[in-house]
Design a protein around this ligand. Structure first.
Ligand SMILES: Cc1cc2nc3c(=O)[nH]c(=O)nc-3n(C[C@H](O)[C@H](O)[C@H](O)COP(=O)(O)OP(=O)(O)OC[C@H]3O[C@@H](n4cnc5c(N)ncnc54)[C@H](O)[C@@H]3O)c2cc1C
Length: 459
């Protein structure tokens, strides 16, 4: 008899686990069954803003693999099947089949909890009005695109995080007057230091987006069942279309009810192999807790990068491997029109809070040699630890090609490089793509000037 792997959640983490488990163990040895409560499996939520903008079409372009393709690898996926209970003592899950309106129980030897996260529901009046949508699953993207095709005049995005910024691009690109309402003092608050986030906010305003900061949305007003404005304090901001993008929360209710330990971050607690607190149960993706590589602190980040890597490790471990998930640096990137924003490691505030003797520098550079006509300005904030001279974090804002430089800085942090070592790395150069001192190297130089010369040889 083969063992059975049951997966709850048919997207990035769950289906990566399925695929990698199958690579390690043939169907005769391991049966794999995944349950997904929605109509969609293995899709790119990250591409949704670009479906709404009209850059990507049809919606099927965002699908990675179909049920039929998984079946070819002997992975059975049931759509519209929701797992409603986990009995860890009996090693079985109860499934509600929304298609056949029935419930049944399935036993497991291994269970992967990969339920993801959901959009944070705003407890305000008016969220059910026509023209109001969250932006989380493909159905949201379909609905918002349909509204965009009706050529609304004014869109309001509630939430100034990564999704809010990307939706601003989608609406601007369609000639819609766009307002982003952020509860904090800036866009992308928390992900960037306040000074850098203020720079980002000014740059996004420069693109023509109205950014209203420091506002809590209290209600949505409508007429004839259709949204007309967003109420904040004594103001009503006119809107024909509203996107609610006020963050996401991990889907842990089912795990909690089953007795799985929930971590400090709010995600399902896992060890370094992504085992949960109960035998035979693994967790991966947005619903799971992870650890920051620099601080060792638990955190729950909702990023496709992490979900795919964790899913892979769970799959390999179910397949018999001994893989460890090393933690994260919180590397993230987004863009609004030609403006790119990226971050990795610790902000200055996070570094201080974690007890580092942090030093931070901010400098302006260009994306290519200054004389190259297409060169665009960019700004880099880099953070290091005074005592070890190690790079701790970086933030980037700038024109096209600026943002992905964050990956070189993430690699430096990942490999525990000092600022002195960073500035000597043999990076590439041609005037149309960078200055002879790429901004990544300049980060090392500027930090070294701020710290003073090293007393020991660089590494
Ligand atoms: C608009 C948008 C843009 C994004 N852009 C980026 C980006 O640029 N870069 C990046 O790194 N990340 C991005 N993300 C985040 C990324 O999409 C998520 O981190 C990733 O999808 C998480 O994968 P997951 O498998 O953990 O969870 P999900 O993708 O949420 O999948 C979990 C699945 O489990 C299902 N499920 C939940 N409970 C049950 C149950 N009880 N029974 C059965 N099924 C269940 C859900 O229906 C869902 O399909 C974006 C997200 C959004 C919404």
């Amino acid at each position: 008899m083969p063992e059975r792997l049951v997966i709850i959640g048919g997207d990035a983490a769950g289906m990566s686990a399925a695929t990698n488990a199958r690579r390690s163990r043939p169907a005769a040895d391991l049966e794999i069954v995944a349950f997904e409560r929605s109509d969609w499996i293995s899709f790119s939520a990250c591409g949704e803003p670009y479906y709404v903008s009209g850059d990507v079409s049809p919606i099927e372009a965002l699908l990675v693999r179909s049920v039929e393709e998984f079946a070819k690898s002997s992975i059975t996926v049931h759509k519209r099947h929701e797992v409603i209970a986990i009995d860890t003592a009996a090693r079985a899950v109860t499934v509600r089949d929304h298609l056949g309106a029935r419930e049944f129980t399935v036993g497991y030897d291994h269970l992967v909890y990969a339920t993801g996260a959901s959009a944070r529901r705003l407890p305000i009046e008016g969220v059910d009005l026509f023209g109001v949508h969250e932006m989380h699953v493909l159905d949201d993207a379909l609905a918002v695109r349909r509204l965009v095709e009706q050529r609304p005049r004014r869109a309001v995005i509630v939430g100034g995080g990564f999704v809010g910024v990307e939706m601003a691009e989608a609406f601007l690109a369609n000639g819609i007057e766009t307002t982003v309402i952020a509860a904090g003092d800036t866009l992308l608050e928390g992900a960037f230091d306040p000074d850098f986030a203020a720079r980002i906010t000014a740059a996004v305003r420069g693109l023509g987006v109205r950014v209203e900061t420091g506002h809590r949305v209290e209600c949505l007003h409508g007429e004839g069942g259709r949204v007309t404005s967003v109420g904040c304090g004594d103001r009503a901001i006119p809107a024909d279309l509203v996107v609610l993008a006020a963050g996401t929360v991990p889907n842990v209710a089912l795990a909690r009810a089953a007795g799985l330990r929930i971590g400090e971050s709010g995600g399902v607690w896992v060890d370094d192999h992504l085992r949960t607190s109960l035998p035979g149960v693994w967790a991966a993706g947005d619903c799971a807790e992870t650890t920051h590589c620099l601080t060792g602190r638990p955190l729950n980040l909702h990023l496709g990068t992490i979900a795919n890597k964790q899913g892979r490790i769970v799959g390999l471990n179910v397949g018999g491997a001994d893989e460890v998930f090393p933690g994260v640096l919180g590397t993230a990137i987004t863009k609004c029109m030609d403006l790119e924003m990226a971050r990795t490691g610790l902000t200055e505030a996070e570094a201080r809070d974690a007890g580092f003797d942090a030093i931070a520098v901010t400098f302006e550079a260009t994306t290519a040699a200054g004389y190259w006509p297409a060169a665009r300005p960019m700004w880099v904030k880099a953070v290091a630890d005074r005592s070890t001279r190690r790079i701790l974090g970086a933030q980037i804002l700038g024109g096209a090609t600026a943002g992905k430089r964050i990956d070189a800085l993430a690699m430096a942090i990942w490999n525990e490089m000092t600022v002195d070592a960073l500035l000597n790395v043999d990076l590439s150069y041609t005037p149309t793509l960078s200055g002879v001192w790429d901004p990544v190297l300049t980060a090392g130089r500027v930090l070294q000037s701020a710290l003073g010369p090293a007393t020991t040889p660089s590494r």
